[in-house]
Design a protein around this ligand. Structure first.
Ligand code: NAI
Length: 377
């Protein structure tokens, strides 16, 4: 089968997420990296793309040049990944969807709920695949957890507790470093810092595994480093449509915590626990029974977990392969096969609604607010 043609915007040299996309997109030989506008500095972006093997005429200086250069080519890209800072996601994603391209956008999908709803509409009208890179949802043992919940193996879910708390922005003396600063600058990051950056991964994961949506929430935000306009720590309580109680903590000043993303799901007849730093294992405790460690690649896992396991049992699979799983599902979706695990524009706008309602709740002393986007009420 011919490889699909892939291009990328953002993710330039030294960026945090760029390498994970390049590894993920190319891991299975499904995509060929043929075009890019990789850096906010046009010359640096052109030069880096060429060093990565992109032909000179498709190593673009900015996304507008890339759109103009790609849209009328016979061999134009089948998929574009948007991996720029948050404030640019909406206009780039919308422009590429309107020009008939499939898009994978980094989270958060947009800055506002209105923009998110607009992306849902534009994606629907275009008929193109629109995905958001909630890559943690593509780890095999996360898929196993979701399949177990769907199969009723832990009964009705009563409670989900998630946190995504690290300590990598805890140095007040480094708060002005440009790589760190934009995440707490409303012009670049939007209305929320840490919750929009990491908390929405945890909230998406809760919805994804429980197969349910966040209906309402109450939030407490704090900027523990005084120079920050936006929060670097948040506690969010939520309720899902089906009645599940949710608790979520996210922080970037939790010194000693590294990646710090974990989730526990407590059902009527069992509990599950997954931790991103040990992604190959899912911990399962049946009611009244012993705790068991389920391993990626072992026999008897649900089909979706088996499908997305790549190497033999006990061989570690990490974040780039979770991203690769997103690209596998994207390749299938572009070729017309439905993959219900692929996070789409609806997941993107739900996150934006959660971000904005959490900000409103935090400003209102933690008042409970409807967290659904207006289009889904
Ligand atoms: P970064 O600051 O490390 O890198 C951003 C890159 O985009 C740089 O190479 C920069 O030159 C380039 N860039 C900026 N504006 C551009 C423009 N207009 N056109 C072309 N290139 C441009 O940022 P990082 O951490 O890589 O984050 C990028 C996005 O990825 C953010 O939206 C972030 O929230 C998301 N992200 C997602 C993760 C996930 O797990 N899904 C993990 C880390 C980041």
């Amino acid at each position: 089968m011919a490889k699909l043609k892939w291009g990328m915007i953002g993710g330039g040299e030294g960026s945090q997420i760029g390498p994970a996309h390049r590894l993920g997109a190319q891991a299975d030989g499904l995509f060929e990296f043929v075009a890019g506008a990789l850096d906010h500095r046009p010359d640096a972006g052109r030069a880096y793309a060429q060093r990565l093997g992109v032909a000179a005429d498709r190593a673009y200086g900015d996304w507008q040049e890339m759109l103009a250069g790609e849209k009328d080519r016979d061999d134009r890209i089948d998929l574009v990944t948007v991996a720029t800072p948050n404030a640019t996601h909406f206009e780039i994603t919308k422009a590429f969807l309107e020009a008939g391209f499939n898009v994978l956008c980094e989270k958060p999908m947009t800055m506002t709920v209105e923009e998110g709803e607009e992306i849902v509409r534009v994606a629907g009208k275009s008929g193109k695949v629109m995905a958001v890179n909630y890559a943690y949802s593509a780890y095999p043992m996360v898929r196993q957890a979701r399949a177990m919940v769907r199969a009723g193996e832990i009964g009705k879910v009563r409670l989900v507790v998630s946190n995504f708390s690290h300590g990598h922005h805890a140095d007040a003396g480094d708060a002005d470093n440009p790589r760190v600063r934009w995440r707490y600058d409303p012009v670049m990051a939007g209305v929320s810092g840490q919750f929009a950056d990491c908390g929405i991964h945890a909230m998406h994961m809760a919805s994804f595994i429980c197969d349910d949506e966040v209906a309402s929430l109450s939030a407490d935000f704090a900027s523990t480093i005084a120079s920050r306009t936006l929060e670097d720590d948040a506690m969010v309580n939520f309720r899902m449509s089906g009645g599940t109680v949710g608790r979520l903590w996210t922080s970037s000043v939790a010194i000693g915590r590294q990646h710090g993303f974990e989730i526990q799901i407590f059902g009527e007849t069992g509990g599950l626990k997954w931790h991103a730093e040990q992604p190959n294992q899912l911990i399962y405790t049946p009611l009244g029974g012993r705790t068991q460690i389920m391993e990626k690649g072992e026999g008897g896992l649900h089909e979706d977990a088996q499908r997305l396991s790549r190497v033999a049992i006990a061989h570690p699979e990490g974040f780039p392969l979770a991203v690769a799983n997103i690209y596998c599902d994207l390749a299938d979706a572009i070729r017309g096969e439905t993959r219900d695990g692929l996070p789409g524009a609806a997941a993107g706008v739900r996150s934006m609604a959660a971000v904005h309602t959490a900000v409103a709740s935090a400003k209102d002393g933690g008042a409970w607010v409807d967290a659904r986007p207006p289009m889904f009420r």
